[in-house]
Structures are given as C-alpha cells and as structure tokens.
Design a protein around this ligand. Structure first.
Ligand SMILES: C[S@@+](CC[C@H](N)C(=O)[O-])C[C@H]1O[C@@H](n2cnc3c(N)ncnc32)[C@H](O)[C@@H]1O
Length: 284
C-alpha cells in the first residue's frame, strides 16, 4: 500500500483552483479542534484519523478498497487476458489504486484498525455507513462480516445496494448484482427521517454512475447513496467524514446538503479531482 508521509491539506474554497492550496499548511488540525470543519486531507487515512478528536463526527460514509487483487494471492498480471464483451481485453480483476493488492490477513486487520478509529471519532449517537461486498476466490465466498465482526462498532442494519446489473463470477453461479452498506454504530444512533429521504427500506436500488456524469475514478458512489445516509442521520451543520474519499462523492453530497465534511484520500490525483468537484458546487 502506498503511504503518504505528509498530511497534505486542500482547503476547499470556491475561488481557488486545487493547485493553489498550500500543502505545507497543517493548520487543519487546529481548525478541527476549533470546529471549523470542512477539509480535504491528502494523506493515509489511518494516520490522518488519529488527529481527529474523539466523539467529534456525526456520520461516516465510506467505501474502502476491496483488495480484489490481494484476495486472489498475488494479483492478476496485467497482461493476462480476460473475456469481456466478447473481446479479449486486459484483465479486469482488481482496481489500480492503493489498498487493492495486500496480503488478505493484513488487509482485514487494516480495515479493523480503520473501523476502530471510526468508532473512536464518531459521537455516541453517530453512524458509520461502510460499503463493501461479498468477494469470490476459487468459487468460495468471502463475506466482509468476517472482519467487521472483529471491530468495536456494532452492526445496526445491513443495507442491500442493488446495482441493477449483474455479472456471473464463474460458470455454474447466479449473477452477482448486490453490494452492502453496513450501518454500524457506537451507541443508539440518532435517526431523522426527513421527507426527502430516497429510500426508507433496507434495499436501495441504484445503478452505478454511467456516461458523462461519471467522475474519472474507477469506483465512484452514485451520489444517491451518500445522500440517503446523510439525510437519515444528520442535520445541516453536522459533520460528515469519508476516510477513503476517492472522487469525493460523499463530500459533494455533504456540501450540497449544507453539512460540514472531512475527506481523506491518499492519491494526490484524486484529491485534485475532488477539489474541482467541490469547487463546482454553487454556494448559496
Ligand atoms: C472505493 S474507492 C472510494 C470511492 C468513493 N466512494 C467515490 O465515491 O469516489 C477507495 C479510495 O480509497 C483510496 N485509498 C486507498 N488507500 C488509502 C489510504 N490508506 N488512505 C486514504 N485513502 C486511500 C483509493 O485511492 C481510492 O480512491
């Protein structure tokens, strides 16, 4: 896994391009203490999470790397052919970002350590929405519950994300069309059910983002998912955190809904993408 030594901060300001951010500026730590929240931090999340005070975050919505290459042992060589849309193309197993090619035991312990940091930073009534999926290797299913069970958070509800499209992982199996959003908690979570809530039951049907609206990232959330999590458990002014911010969809949803946000993302390239997406949101 690529580690980033410095805690680099992009302060999101509508009139600044992402290149203007002062990366040596670590005043974000003081600002978090002083509750001036909205921040994008270009750093390793386990390192950056340690600087966030206990019981300070209302809601976490996140999707980690799934270690798709690492689960399969050594990763699939980029040159091996995979059949896709009737043509031979480069293998499509695993994604090319940090955290996707680790020893599986190390990956699981890493996720437990991050979930325990999430436990520490959320308020007692806070919620963590952790997106993951059942993975397969050699026709065996690996459930994320194997390691979620080992963290300090309590499973409150298992939300099914129906992606409305399926692929068949290996012959002799049914199509695979779901992921999960594990709703995890510390104590009894604060829950609002405002009128604008998109789903009020535990199956959320939403296709992945396609076409021009898709940010330039391998695995962006459809914005409806973080939007529903945020509406369900926060109010305007509350603080939403995504420790694996990716293309920043959780932060975009939080900003659009008038919540404060903290995003952590290890890739500088994705931080620049997030900076642009956040800058494009009009301030009222
Ligand atoms: C599944 S993607 C998240 C996608 C995101 N939900 C979105 O809507 O775009 C996981 C992200 O975690 C980032 N990542 C991997 N290791 C990390 C680490 N140690 N600290 C912070 N981010 C990391 C990857 O670069 C990748 O962008």
């Amino acid at each position: 896994m690529k580690r980033c030594g410095n805690n680099l901060l992009h302060k999101c300001h509508p009139h600044k391009s992402s290149k203007d951010y002062d990366r040596s500026d670590t005043s974000w730590k003081d600002e978090i203490e002083n509750e001036e929240m909205s921040k994008l931090i270009n750093a390793d999340c386990l390192t950056a999470l340690k600087d966030i005070p206990d019981d300070s975050i209302d809601c976490i919505v996140t999707s980690p790397p799934y270690n798709l290459k690492g689960l399969k042992g050594v990763g699939v060589p980029k040159t091996s052919p995979a059949r896709w849309n009737g043509k031979y193309k480069q293998a499509t197993y695993g994604l090319d970002y940090a955290g996707d090619n680790m020893r599986e035991e190390d990956y699981q312990q890493w996720q437990v350590d991050i979930l325990n940091e999430c436990y520490r930073v959320i308020k007692p009534g806070g919620s963590v929405f952790y997106n993951h999926k059942n993975r397969r290797f050699k026709c065996q299913l690996y459930s994320p519950m194997e390691f979620i069970d080992r963290c300090d958070l309590v499973l409150h509800q298992q939300i099914i994300w129906d992606r409305c499209s399926s692929h068949i992982p290996c012959p002799g199996m049914l199509g695979n069309s779901t992921e999960f959003i594990y709703w995890l908690r510390k104590e009894k979570p604060v829950v609002y059910k405002p009128d604008g809530l998109l789903w009020k039951c535990e199956v959320w049907r939403q296709m992945p983002v396609q076409g021009k609206k898709r940010p330039n990232h391998p695995a962006p959330f459809p914005i409806e998912l973080p939007t529903n999590c945020i509406l369900l458990t926060t109010q305007p002014g509350d603080v939403v955190l995504d420790p694996f911010a990716g293309s920043g969809t959780t932060l975009v949803a939080a900003k659009q809904l008038g919540r404060e946000y903290i995003g952590i993302e290890v890739s500088k390239e994705y931080c620049e993408l997030i900076g642009k997406r956040l800058n494009d949101i009009l301030e009222f």
